[in-house]
Design a protein around this ligand. Structure first.
Ligand SMILES: Cc1ncc(COP(=O)(O)O)c(C=O)c1O
Length: 427
């Protein structure tokens, strides 16, 4: 905290730019924490927020409903194959807590008492609340609370850049899957397998090999384990497809969305389940089968209205096609970035790039400077006119999804300059 005694105040946003109180412009390479879709101050989204806030600002979803929330639920179910109902919350961590509670209670509801364990992948990230921390253990973030977290069964992740010696990616992926199957077949006490969909984000931008997620899904089916996906950061276009599990051919039983759901303008998340799971919660009053969970701002009508408009705009503007086209710009920079001495690996999919910094290319030693890498990159990025954040030794580029080819070229050129200027301070 001592390094961060003062922050620049952002007073305005326009398109992909953030503007501070002194009038400095920063290109938002973080997508305002990975959620911005249309850039800042989009007129259609502002109009929707203004119009809805004149009608109904908030009304509880306890015993009641509201029009935008109902419309959004229908829309979400329509775009999410296999899903049947929606449970709202107001942030991604809560959406994951809800996913875990639904998964655990599902087995109780159907009278199966043995299934109480949760399986996950090492280094996953699902949010900062206790349940979300438990299922997504990133040691640097959560180590201090280890004792208070509930235990999970964790399996290794095939990381192309850091494979065990003498393994090909395919061999190692198969070994990971074999470990999963071995455990699944040993004891039938696993309630759910929880993982990020398509890639681990905070865990270091680990993009899953092609069939990894699909095969885990198949194993869950074979051993009667609920498959729970977290698409909070990777769905809605971030990895280049609207619904990432469709691309991964791995329809879950439960899925969580957040971040880009409202275009990144208001705070809302959603947990969706298939019919099988939903039906298990439907019972008579004295059966106590319903989910005891709710938040004050569940289904907030302004957030739901802007989410509806956001989703309509994806279709109207053919955003997914645009992302697929624009994101090719990243590939033009692979060579220049990977040739830098400090860069060990680059990982890219859709509108996401992770650049792994190392101190020794051969040994792949992660850099470990005395000063915060994040602070160094933030300051150097600012000098270049970009808002950058690193996670550990990974420089992450997660721009607003709508970023133009010209702006993305600018961002990548400025990122290269930032890495070059930061290097002497790090090694
Ligand atoms: C994959 C994933 N799941 C869950 C969350 C938690 O979302 P929130 O920060 O809205 O609580 C995040 C946040 O970065 C995330 O990346």
């Amino acid at each position: 905290m001592k390094e961060w005694d003062s922050f620049d105040k952002i007073t305005k946003g326009k398109g992909v730019w953030l503007i501070d109180s002194k009038g400095n412009k920063l290109l938002d390479a973080v997508g305002s924490m990975w959620c911005n879709v249309w850039g800042h101050s989009n007129p259609e989204l502002i109009k929707t927020i203004t119009n809805q806030s004149k009608k109904l600002q908030h009304s509880s979803m306890f015993n009641l409903t509201n029009e935008p929330a109902e419309e959004l639920a229908k829309r979400l179910v329509k775009i999410s194959p296999g899903m049947h109902k929606v449970f709202y919350s107001d942030n991604g961590s809560s959406a994951m807590e809800i996913s875990i509670k639904i998964a655990l209670q599902y087995w109780k509801n159907i009278g199966e008492k043995k299934k109480t364990e949760i399986a996950t992948i090492e280094n996953g990230y699902h949010g900062d609340t206790f349940g979300a921390m438990s299922v997504g253990f990133v040691p640097e973030f959560f180590g201090k609370f280890k004792k208070q977290l509930f235990s999970t069964i964790q399996f290794p992740v095939p990381n192309k850049y850091r494979l065990p010696k003498n393994y090909s990616l395919n061999d190692y992926q198969n070994q990971c899957l074999e470990k999963i199957e071995k455990r699944f077949s040993k004891n039938n006490n696993i309630a759910a397998f929880v993982m990020e969909s398509g890639a681990q984000m905070a865990g270091g931008v680990i993009i899953f090999p092609k069939s990894f997620q699909k095969k885990i899904r198949q194993l869950c089916k074979k051993y009667d384990i609920l498959f729970v996906l977290d698409e909070i950061a990777t769905g809605f276009g971030r990895l280049g497809s609207m619904i990432q599990y469709e691309e991964q051919k791995s329809t879950p039983d439960i899925v969580a969305f957040g971040k880009m759901l409202t275009g990144g303008y208001l705070t809302m998340a959603a947990t969706l389940t298939n019919k099988k799971v939903y039906d298990s919660f439907s019972g008579e009053f004295n059966e106590w089968k319903h989910l005891f969970h709710g938040h004050t701002f569940t289904g907030n009508p302004i957030a739901a209205a802007v989410a509806n408009e956001n989703l309509k705009m994806y279709q109207k503007n053919n955003l997914i096609n645009k992302i697929q086209k624009t994101s090719k710009i990243f590939t033009n920079f692979y060579k220049e970035i990977s040739e830098m001495d400090i860069v060990g690996d680059i990982r890219h999919k859709g509108m996401l790039m992770g650049i792994e910094l190392i101190s020794d290319k051969l040994k792949k030693t992660p850099i470990n400077p005395k000063k915060s890498i994040n602070k160094i990159f933030f300051e150097e990025g600012k000098n270049q006119g970009i808002y950058l954040r690193t996670l550990g030794n990974i420089v992450m580029l997660v721009p607003p999804l709508v970023i133009s080819e010209k702006e993305l070229n600018l961002l990548l050129n400025k990122t290269i300059k930032t890495i070059k200027n930061a290097t002497p301070q790090i090694i």
